[in-house]
Design a binder for this molecule. Structure first.
Ligand SMILES: Cc1cc2nc3c(=O)[nH]c(=O)nc-3n(C[C@H](O)[C@H](O)[C@H](O)COP(=O)(O)OP(=O)(O)OC[C@H]3O[C@@H](n4cnc5c(N)ncnc54)[C@H](O)[C@@H]3O)c2cc1C
Length: 284
């Protein structure tokens, strides 16, 4: 039986490419100074969705919320095999915390309906809260399974998956429709297909086309652009007005090597280190 799958993916600054210019003087992230990448967990989420489609048929839609540049993430998704993409972009959504983000994304998922499975990454490498997936499940009134590393089977309206927690592996089943969050223990993401790169490299939003004085691309190459009105989202629940959390203080932590201990590479040295770590309750 075919399944309609919606994947949520976020464009994030590449935190592995941090240089001295990564922070502005006011302590906020200088996004211009960092290359933007597909959030790593979301590539695993996308792979899981595409693998379900390969096995059972259906369609994969990718949604992202972000500035116009996030259209690049959607092109990357098209290169890997997705059927439909939409960029949720609206100035009124700027400065959304996780509560507002998950509200806006829930409206976007409803706009992309029908859906049987909603797939998120476990965590974004910039905000790093891992809150958006579970909050989205709550707002969509869907059951959720987090920390998924493999889909075992989908049958009779039920999905069976393997979860990888800190304490071991669990096999869990849940009724569809359902939301799951996926970790990087899942099967490796596929590479973009060269054929699809050539085919979709000029896919863009109508606004990007207008900015280059080009006609609106035909549906196949159109990256849909959704604002808050299009997804019937209440602007009061988006952006600043919908975000009850506030950052009180940002502190730059500089780790200095003022104190160190040399451990001899002998059995005695290792035994003493292990003993010390157990005493400290670091391990054990
Ligand atoms: C207190 C606080 C204040 C903040 N203030 C600001 C601010 O002023 N300006 C600002 O830009 N950001 C701000 N943020 C960050 C912003 O809230 C988060 O980037 C956003 O809500 C997503 O949360 P996250 O990055 O922790 O994602 P996580 O919860 O770690 O992401 C989990 C998964 O949810 C999905 N997901 C998350 N975000 C998106 C998205 N945008 N589109 C599609 N899928 C997504 C992905 O599948 C991802 O793997 C703030 C965050 C906090 C906690």
């Amino acid at each position: 039986m075919p399944y309609n799958i919606v994947v949520l993916a976020k464009q994030v600054p590449d935190t592995k490419a941090v240089t001295g210019k990564a922070m502005k003087d006011d302590g906020t992230v200088n996004r211009q100074a960092l290359p933007a990448i597909f959030n790593p967990d979301d590539l695993y989420a996308l792979e899981m969705a595409l693998a379900i489609k390969d096995s059972y048929g259906g369609s994969v839609t990718v949604l992202t919320m972000g500035p116009p540049q996030a259209a690049e993430l959607l092109r990357q998704a098209l290169y890997r095999g997705v059927d439909r993409v939409a960029l949720v972009t609206d100035r009124r959504a700027a400065a959304s915390d996780t509560l507002a983000t998950s509200y806006i994304l829930s409206c976007a998922v409803k706009t992309a309906a029908p859906y049987d499975i909603v797939v998120c990454g476990r965590q974004a490498i910039d905000g790093d809260t891992a809150q958006v997936g579970p909050q989205l499940a709550e707002k969509l009134d869907l059951p959720q399974i987090t920390y998924v590393e493999a889909v075992e089977e989908i049958r009779n309206g039920k999905i069976t998956v393997r979860r990888n927690t800190d304490h071991g592996l669990e096999t869990v089943a849940g009724p569809l429709p359902l939301l799951m969050t996926v970790t990087d223990k899942a099967p490796d993401p596929r590479y973009p297909s060269m054929k699809r790169v050539m085919h979709y490299k000029k896919a863009m939003t109508a606004s990007a086309a207008a900015a280059q004085s080009l006609p609106t691309p035909p549906t196949e190459f159109l990256i849909e652009e959704w604002n808050l009105d299009k997804i019937s989202a209440d602007p009061q629940r988006a952006g600043m007005s919908g975000s009850p959390t506030a950052v009180k203080r940002i502190q730059a932590i500089v780790l200095t090597g003022s104190e160190y201990k040399e451990i001899k590479p002998t059995q005695e040295g290792i035994d003493s280190l292990v003993h010390e770590l157990i005493e400290d309750h670091t391990i054990g």
